[in-house]
Design a protein around this ligand. Structure first.
Ligand SMILES: Cc1cc2nc3c(=O)[nH]c(=O)nc-3n(C[C@H](O)[C@H](O)[C@H](O)COP(=O)(O)OP(=O)(O)OC[C@H]3O[C@@H](n4cnc5c(N)ncnc54)[C@H](O)[C@@H]3O)c2cc1C
Length: 516
C-alpha cells in the first residue's frame, strides 16, 4: 500500500491549491483525480477576485495568471458593478480568466512542486482509524494517509461517506448553460425573465453561441437534454432558433448548501465539497482557493507534529463563517435578479444605494474577499485581517511584504529597532525580518490605521499578532499558531529596552507576555 502524509481527493482549483500549499511546507502530498487532465467541458468560473490574486501573489505566482487574463473591474453584487480601483491594494481589480485557463496554470505549478497526481481514477471509499486513513481507489489500489481532504466538488463522495450533514436551501431556479449553433440570428445580450437573467453571446469564432437560460420549471441533475434546451429557449424567446450542434450542455442551480462541519477526525472538506451556491458574484472558485490557503499550513504543521491537532479546529472556526456569508449573499443576489416589476424596483434602489461610497466599499470588499477578518480577539484593527503588501526597506534592499511569504512560512516583521524582539525559540519555523516602512497603513473600508511596531504574519497572509512597542502577547500568539518552542517551556521572547536598543548593547530579556 502506497503511503502519503496527505491525500487530496479531487484536483480541481481547491485540490490543486491545497497540494501546492502542502508541497511548499514539504509535506508528502498526493492528489487523486478522476479526469485525465485539467480540460473542462464548457465553461465555469470566469475569473479571480482581488483577494485571490493577492494570495497567489503571496506565493509568487500571480503573474502567471495576470499574464493570461484581462485585468478589469469585475466585482459586483447582483450584477451591480462595484469599482474597487480606489482600494488600498496592489491588485485593485479582478481578473477575467476562465477556469479552463486557471486550472492548467495551477496544475503546472503543482507539477513543478513535484506533487504526484493519480489520474483517471477515483476515490471510491475510505476507512479512518486513530493513526490514519485507508483510501480505496477505483483501480483496485489503496493509499494510506495521515489525513484525507475531500476537494471533490459539490457532489463530494468524501463528504457523503463521512455522513457530515449538508443543510441549506433547495434550488428556486435552474439554468441551462450551453455552447451551440443556431440557424437563426438570436437577440444577443441579456434578457430578464421573472426568475432572473438569460444571456446569449457569441463565442470567439463569431459563429457559435454561448447561452445561459432559465428553465421554465426547476430541474436538477447535470445531464439535461436537447429537448430541455429547446423548451427553455421557447419559454424565454418564443423560438428555439433551430438550435443544433450542441458541443456542451450542462445545468446549474441556485441551490445553497454548506457542510455542517468541515472535518470529521482525519478527514477534511474544502471548496465546493464544503459549500455550494449559485454562481452570481463569481465566488465559488475564489473561496475554494482561499479555503485551501487557510487549511494548508495548519495541516502541514499538524502532520509534522509542530502543532497539536486542535489547530485544525481553527480551519472550521475561520472558514465556515466565510462560506456561510457567501451562501447568504448568493441567495440575496439571486432574489435581486428576478425580473418582475417589484424586484426590478428593489434592484434599482439597491443600485442607488451602492453608488454611495460607504455601501459600495463595504459590498465591494465583501465580494472581492478583501474585508475578511478572522476572529483572533480584540485589539489593533490589523489583527485577523490581511497583511497589506507594503513596500519595505530591509537590510537586503527594498522588499514587498508578499515576497516574504513566497515559501509559505510565517513571518515576524519587526519595524522597530533591528534585533529588539528575539524569537529564537521559533527560529526553525518563523522567519524574522527587520525592516523600515515610512508610509501609511491603510485597510480596505477601514481606511488608515495606527502603524504597528511589529506584526506576526501567518503563512496565509493574515495578521496573528500586532506589536505596540512591547512584545506583550507575542509568545502566546507564537504558541497558538506555530506550536511550542523547541527549547522547552522556559524559552522567552526578549525585548531590549528603548535605551538599550539605542546603544545597541545589552538586551533586557522579557517574557513576551509583557512581564520582565
Ligand atoms: C456555470 C458556473 C459558473 C461559475 N462561475 C464562477 C465564477 O465566475 N467565479 C467563481 O469563483 N466560481 C464560479 N463557479 C464555481 C466554480 O466553478 C467552483 O466553485 C469551483 O470549480 C470549485 O472548485 P473545487 O476544486 O472545489 O471543485 P471542482 O472544480 O468541482 O473540482 C472537483 C474535482 O474533483 C474531481 N473528483 C470528483 N469526485 C472525485 C473522486 N471521487 N475521486 C477523484 N476525483 C474526484 C473532479 O473531477 C474535479 O476535478 C461557477 C460554477 C458554474 C457551474
Amino acid at each position: 500500500m502506497t503511503k502519503h502524509a496527505v491525500v487530496i481527493a479531487g484536483g480541481g482549483p481547491t485540490g490543486l491549491m491545497l497540494a501546492a500549499e502542502l508541497a511548499l511546507a514539504r509535506v508528502d502530498v498526493a492528489i487523486v483525480e478522476r479526469r485525465a487532465n485539467q480540460d473542462l467541458a464548457g465553461s465555469r468560473a470566469g475569473g479571480l477576485h482581488s483577494r485571490t490574486i493577492e494570495v497567489l501573489d503571496q506565493r509568487g505566482v500571480a503573474d502567471r495568471f495576470l499574464s493570461q487574463g484581462q485585468v478589469m473591474q469585475v466585482t459586483g453584487f447582483a450584477m451591480i458593478r462595484l469599482d474597487i480601483s480606489d482600494f488600498p491594494t496592489r491588485h485593485n481589480y479582478g481578473l477575467a480568466l476562465s477556469q479552463n485557463h486557471i486550472e492548467p496554470i495551477l496544475a503546472a505549478w503543482v507539477d513543478e512542486l513535484a506533487v504526484p497526481i493519480y489520474r483517471e481514477r477515483e476515490v471510491t471509499g475510505f476507512a479512518q482509524d486513530d493513526t490514519g486513513v485507508d483510501i480505496a481507489l477505483s483501480d483496485g489500489r489503496s493509499l494510506r494517509a495521515k489525513y484525507l481532504v475531500g476537494c471533490d466538488g459539490g457532489r463530494s463522495l468524501i463528504r457523503k461517506k463521512t455522513g457530515i450533514d449538508f443543510p441549506g436551501w433547495d434550488p428556486s431556479v435552474s439554468y441551462l448553460i450551453a455552447e451551440v449553433e443556431m440557424a437563426a440570428e438570436p437577440p444577443w445580450g441579456i434578457r430578464f425573465s421573472d426568475k432572473g437573467i438569460n444571456a446569449l453571446g457569441k463565442l470567439d469564432d463569431g459563429k457559435r453561441v454561448r447561452l445561459v437560460l432559465i428553465e421554465p420549471n426547476v430541474k436538477q441533475g447535470d445531464a439535461p437534454t436537447l429537448d430541455n434546451l429547446r423548451e427553455a429557449l421557447i419559454a424565454v424567446y418564443g423560438t428555439d432558433f433551430s438550435v443544433h450542434n450542441v458541443t456542451f450542455l450542462s445545468r446549474f442551480t441556485d441551490m445553497a448548501r454548506q457542510a455542517a462541519s468541515y472535518r470529521d477526525r482525519r478527514v477534511l472538506l474544502a471548496g465546493d465539497a464544503a459549500h455550494v451556491h449559485g454562481p452570481t458574484g463569481g465566488q465559488g472558485l475564489n473561496i475554494g482557493v482561499q479555503d485551501a490557503v487557510n487549511l494548508g499550513w495548519k495541516l502541514a504543521q499538524v502532520v509534522s507534529g509542530t502543532s497539536p491537532e486542535s489547530l485544525l479546529d481553527t480551519y472550521q472556526t475561520e472558514r465556515h463563517p466565510i462560506g456561510a456569508r457567501v451562501l447568504k449573499n448568493s441567495l440575496a443576489q439571486t432574489a435581486l435578479m428576478r425580473g418582475d416589476e417589484r424586484t426590478k424596483a428593489l434592484h434599482e434602489n439597491m443600485s442607488e444605494l451602492l453608488e454611495m461610497d460607504e455601501p459600495r466599499k463595504r459590498y465591494a470588499a465583501m465580494m472581492s474577499g478583501l474585508d475578511i477578518r478572522y476572529d483572533l480577539g480584540s485589539g489593533h484593527p490589523l489583527l485577523g485581517r490581511r497583511m497589506p503588501d507594503l513596500q519595505l526597506v530591509t537590510e537586503s534592499g527594498p522588499r514587498r511584504v508578499f515576497t516574504l511569504l513566497h515559501d509559505a512560512r510565517p513571518v515576524l516583521l519587526d519595524l522597530g529597532e533591528p534585533g529588539v524582539i528575539d524569537i529564537a525559540p521559533w527560529d526553525d519555523r518563523v522567519k524574522r525580518v527587520d525592516a523600515r516602512y515610512a508610509g501609511v497603513w491603510e485597510l480596505p473600508v477601514l481606511g488608515v490605521v495606527a502603524a504597528p511596531t511589529a506584526v506576526l504574519i501567518r503563512p496565509d497572509g493574515y495578521v496573528a499578532w500586532v506589536g505596540d512597542g512591547t512584545a506583550s502577547g507575542l509568545r502566546d500568539a507564537l504558541i497558538t499558531w506555530f506550536g511550542q518552542p523547541d527549547h522547552g517551556p522556559g524559552a522567552t521572547v526578549s525585548r531590549r529596552s528603548a535605551t538599550d536598543s539605542n546603544t545597541s548593547t545589552i538586551a533586557t530579556a522579557r517574557r513576551c507576555d509583557g512581564t520582565s
